[in-house]
Design a protein around this ligand. Structure first.
Ligand SMILES: [Zn+2]
Length: 211
């Protein structure tokens, strides 16, 4: 074998030994070194250069193995994290999906309502940032029928964060309705609860706090 003959000193290298940087380039099979370079011919026939090249190639192989190991370790970490995380997410989603709405009753029976920007006596309503089953006792003299209930950012009906339709029915002489409002993604803060009768389209706004 040529390599053994070179290492045994049986060949005659032409020219001086090239520097370390050049040998490193050859060891890495650098594309910037043309095969016609006479230093390659020298290295292929010089026992010293051959020994150094073989040692460099060994180092490169070791480095590549380490890199591959490092990469697979990193992949493993990512996979473990994904596995550990997904059941949590799944369980979390399940919890949210199956969470029963929080039942809340808002009694507006004795509440003065105000329309648009007209101020009036206010009753503050507090709701949690959760799925809410809201039962509303409508103010005195309210009409039966279909209502749109909404949670809005202002008292002009802008910035609706949740809404639902419900029919008001009389019970004990009061008009009551129940509506599901999903307030899970609503930030805590000041809002308005509005009721709009489908027929007269008059919207009434009540200050609302979401906590
Ligand atoms: Zn040499």
């Amino acid at each position: 074998m040529h390599q053994e003959r070179v290492l045994a000193g049986e060949t005659e290298p032409a020219g001086p030994c090239p520097d370390e940087a050049f040998l490193r380039g050859v060891a890495r099979r650098s594309k910037t070194i043309p095969l016609s370079d006479p230093r390659i011919d020298h290295a292929a026939n010089c026992p010293n250069c051959m020994k150094r090249l073989l040692a460099m190639r060994q180092n490169i192989r070791t480095e590549r193995k380490k890199l591959a190991l490092g990469l697979s370790a990193a992949c493993l970490v990512v996979i473990v994290a994904l596995i550990a995380w997904s059941p949590y997410r799944f369980r979390h989603r399940q919890t949210v999906a199956t969470a029963a709405p929080v039942s809340q009753t808002v009694d507006l029976w004795n509440t003065g309502t105000y329309r648009g920007e007209q101020p009036g006596p206010l009753q503050s309503v507090v709701l949690p940032a959760a799925p809410v089953r809201l039962t509303i006792i409508l103010p005195r003299f309210s009409s039966p029928g279909q209502y749109l209930v909404a949670v809005t950012r202002d008292q002009s009906g802008n910035g609706v964060v949740a809404e639902g339709f419900a029919s008001a029915a009389a019970s004990n002489g009061q008009e009551k309705l129940s509506v599901n409002l999903d307030l899970r993604s609503t930030d805590a803060g000041a809002y308005f609860l509005s009721t709009t009768h489908e027929q007269d389209q008059a919207a009434y706004y009540y200050p609302l706090q979401i906590k």
